[in-house]
Design a protein around this ligand. Sequence first.
Ligand SMILES: *Cc1c(COP(=O)(O)O)cnc(C)c1O
Length: 362
Amino acid sequence: MVYRIYNFNPGPATLPLPVLEKVQKELLNYRGTGMSILETSHRSKEFGEIVEAAEKQLLELYQLSEDYRVLFLQGGASLQFAMVPLNFLSPQTSADYIITGSFATKAYEEAERITQVNIAASTKNNNYRNIPRQEEIKFSPSSAYVHLTSNNTIYGTQWQYIPDCGEIPLVADMSSDILSRKIEMNKFSLVYAGAQKNLGPAGITAVIIKKEMLEKASETIPAMLSYKVHAKAKSLYNTPTTFAIYILELVLQWIKEKGGLQAVENTNREKCSLIYRVIDKSGGFYRGHAAPEDRSMMNVTFRLPNDDLEKDFVEGAAKEGLSGLKGHRSVGGIRASIYNAMPLEGCEALAQFMEDYLKRNG
Ligand SMILES: *Cc1c(COP(=O)(O)O)cnc(C)c1O
């Protein structure tokens, strides 16, 4: 057995072991071609099949119809912060942004470079501990779209409902919870996700876009920033990150083999409950950052009574093969990122470590 720790890093993050093993096995001779997929032309039949399969599987997993397209783009989720307003806004139009954390703020700031946009709701005053309720969101009827961040990776909150935006198209950054649960994807007009949390390696971003939305995209912006250009070229306008797309496709297969989104969600619920349960029964030793009703299944954030204990906790955990638990500098404390590829055993090991640590230090 190969030596593997439990990797709780927020991204790049742990990948499914069967996927890594398959990559290793196929690395030198990809399916009888006598060369590595790393060396294969993006215009080849082999690679064309991979992109097609990835698009098809992603749509299937979300039970999306012909009304949607999938694009694989570069530049991370951060480029999507800019591409969304570049494609759908002009200085004469506006959009609604819901600010629930750092990445949501960055998305908003990129839109502000194009035009003045509205903050439809913000939980900043509460240090992003919660997600706004439907009645707290002030939509502007003339908005080109509403933008939200479905899971707030740094603060550890997650939307538990899809807001009703009426006729306004809904756009979501799902970088840190894509494919983690069953969700009515057909309520969204555009969803993007950097791959390095739940989809695969860094360097590739998936965009799921409704054709109706694609129709509205700008035609006057530079080609590399244009959804229309990438859609027309089936994500092969220029040389894409072929290796990352190949691994992403293997991750999609792995999810299908696990039983699809409902099965993955059930496991994710069980995984996060193990850790939240220890927090809740610790008598205040562990303090969760997120409001309990808005807790994330993907990023569990909590504090210990002081900085020294937090440092000691992270170091002690690492010695037991539980790595990457230090929280983001803006929240402090501990963050356990438990994306799809984190096995249940990893969460059991962390919960056990937390209980033992509390006994020793509580
Ligand atoms: C990690 C993350 C990003 C940033 O992604 P990059 O690929 O580094 O640009 C954006 N949004 C969310 C929600 C994230 O978790």
